[in-house]
Structures are given as C-alpha cells and as structure tokens.
Design a protein. Structure first.
Length: 95
C-alpha cells in the first residue's frame, strides 16, 4: 500500500526578491510601495524586514546608491549651473 503524501497547509511563503528591494530602495520607494510591487501585504514585508538581515541590508544599500546617484547628477549639473555649484559648496564644504 502506497503512502499518501500530505498536502501542504496554510498560505504559501511570501517570496521577496532582495535585488528588486535594492533597486526599488535606490529609487527611494517606501516600504509600503516595495511591498505592493512585490505582491505582498505591507505587514508581511515589515515582518520580513525585521526578521531577515539581507532585506535590511538591501534597503540600506539601495538608499545609499540612490543618494550617490543624486550626488553624481548634482556634480554634473554644477559645471553648467552656478546655483547648483553654490548649493553643493554650502552642503559639502559647510560654507
């Protein structure tokens, strides 16, 4: 007599793509927006953020990459626009 395989019970595990989290965080998407994009409830995403270090690291790294991108564009714009150059000197040189 063959054994019956048990059916899995409950809701399927939420799959959260860490690379997608990093890319969305670089665009300064909120946690709620990232959750909706991933197709999970915001509360589920918050839970995974608390429990999984890789998701927290992806959020921090993504935000850092987003800020770096903004700085790079400001630096490029400062060569053409004196107002941007003055702003950058005030922010970065504290003058």
């Amino acid at each position: 007599m063959a054994k019956k395989t048990k059916k899995k019970r409950g809701r399927p595990k939420a799959k959260i793509d860490v690379d997608m989290v990093r890319r969305l965080a670089a665009l300064f998407a909120t946690s709620k927006e990232i959750a909706v994009t991933m197709g999970v409830a915001p509360s589920t995403f918050y839970l995974h953020q608390r429990l999984r270090q890789d998701i927290r690291d992806a959020m921090v790294e993504g935000r850092r990459l987003g800020k770096m991108s903004i700085r790079r564009r400001l630096f490029d714009m400062s060569a053409k626009n004196a107002r941007v150059l003055i702003h950058m000197s005030k922010v970065y040189l504290r003058e």
